[in-house]
Design a protein around this ligand. Structure first.
Ligand code: SF4
Length: 422
């Protein structure tokens, strides 16, 4: 096999540059997570007699409850403060320090790396829940690029597409759909909100094409893709059309208040708790909550104009990278349920992120790269850890009637329609 024929994986261009910063990390991955152990690692730990570790192995390594498969055989108990029992005072791992990286469980050794499979294509990406990944990913001013990298045999836990999406031609079209979504999200002649609305329109049309009789569905899907490629060629008129959408600011306020109000404050991670508190204070969600919807809109609109827009009008790549990363990392929109259900969930997460950013901008009376990265990283970590929040999002979507895509677009339209594109 020649060098060029070697099997490889597709990854964002920053993937090979990632290095864990260990003790300097402001939000160690060894705090607040559940660490599963495969069967071999569980037995290796339980039989290990290293003098600095064996007591900890005895006390803090136990079988999963309820009993899991061989990949989820054991678990490391976290302390009451959510810290891994093997973390030392400098936030370094005692197992790695005493026994070497090869002694780490797969979860610890692989984090924050993730492997996905789309047809024959293997894809590697990094989780934004890691602060170092978040900096690398979000702050890159260039549009995210994708490159080939060597196969990593250690990354053997591979996520695949949802059922019913694995026929060969179907996969080619889906791959084209995802490439077009990334193209739309990276269209810097459009505002970020317009890019998201255009993505929704594309998915709505594409989902309708998928319902066509099997004999013509593929043709319909390709026509939809071609139509949107052509639309991207005239961004100014597209932006003008999207700017005609009437925003529903009252619904937007109710939606973000419901979403953020449903985030449990008992969350272990004090960093995220503080972010939530700052955002709530910045927007006066809690103590001095504005009495009426109009007052609440005025409060958000002035935070937007004074602190949020001055930063994001010139740093829209942060939000663009957040969305493009999600499309690649989470196999959006094919992983589960329908295309539009995936889209609604992505929009709700985007609304939570941008509201937290708005609130923190109001609280600090400024927005900076550090605040933006910390907010997005910390929320991603919360949402990955507290998986029930997905159910909350689905419930709120139904309660607020957001299953209607036009309503969803109305809440995406922002306070200031004339905001400059990136
Ligand atoms: S969160 Fe990232 S940078 Fe921090 S300790 Fe974990 S892998 Fe390293």
């Amino acid at each position: 096999m020649t060098e060029t024929e070697k099997p490889n994986a597709l990854c964002p261009s920053h993937y090979p540059n990632f290095h864990c910063i260990g003790g300097q990390c402001e939000d160690s991955c060894c705090i607040g997570w559940r660490v599963h152990l495969d069967k071999a690692t569980y037995h290796f730990y339980k039989s290990n007699r290293h003098k600095a570790l064996f007591k900890l192995f005895e006390q803090s390594v136990r079988r999963s409850e309820p009993k899991g498969d061989d990949k989820h055989f054991g678990i490391i108990s976290m302390g009451e403060d959510g810290r891994c029992a093997f973390l030392d005072n400098e936030n370094l791992c005692r197992i790695q320090h005493n026994l070497g990286a090869q002694a780490l469980s797969k979860v610890c050794a692989n984090y924050p790396r993730r492997a996905n499979r789309l047809g024959d294509q293997l894809e590697y990406s990094l989780s934004l829940s890691c602060p170092e990944v978040a900096r690398l990913t979000l702050l890159d001013e260039q549009a995210m690029r994708f490159v080939s990298t060597d196969i990593d045999p250690a990354l053997d836990h591979i996520s695949t597409l949802g059922s019913g999406m694995n026929s060969e031609t179907g996969l080619m079209v889906l791959n084209d759909l995802r490439a077009l979504i990334i193209g739309i999200l990276q269209s810097r002649d459009l505002t970020i909100d317009a890019r998201l609305i255009l993505t929704g329109l594309l998915l709505e049309d594409f989902e309708a094409a998928m319902q066509a009789p099997a004999i013509s569905a593929g043709q319909h899907q390709r026509e939809v893709l071609q139509r949107y490629v052509a639309l991207l060629g005239r961004p100014q008129s597209l932006q003008n059309d999207i700017d005609q959408l009437q925003p529903n600011l009252i619904l937007k306020m109710r939606l973000v208040t419901a979403l953020i109000g449903d985030i449990p404050t008992s969350e272990h991670n004090t960093r995220f708790r503080n972010i939530l508190k700052e955002a709530a204070e910045g927007l006066s969600f809690q103590d001095k909550a504005p009495a009426t919807d109009d007052e609440r809109i005025a409060c958000h609109a002035s935070a937007y104009a004074d602190y949020y827009a001055p930063y994001f009008d010139h740093h829209a790549h942060v939000l663009e990278n957040y969305l493009v990363h999600h499309v690649f990392h989470a196999l959006f929109p094919f992983a589960r349920t329908t295309l539009l259900a995936q889209y609604r969930e992505m929009v709700c997460n985007y609304l939570v992120v941008t509201t937290l950013l708005l609130g923190r901008a109001a609280f600090h009376k400024t927005m900076t790269a550090e605040l933006a990265v910390g907010t997005i990283q910390s929320y991603t970590r919360f949402a990955g850890h507290y998986t029930h929040f997905k159910e909350t999002i689905v419930r709120i979507i139904e309660e607020q009637n957001l299953t209607d895509i036009g309503t969803l677009f109305a809440v995406l339209a922002n306070f200031r329609h004339s905001s400059a594109p990136a």
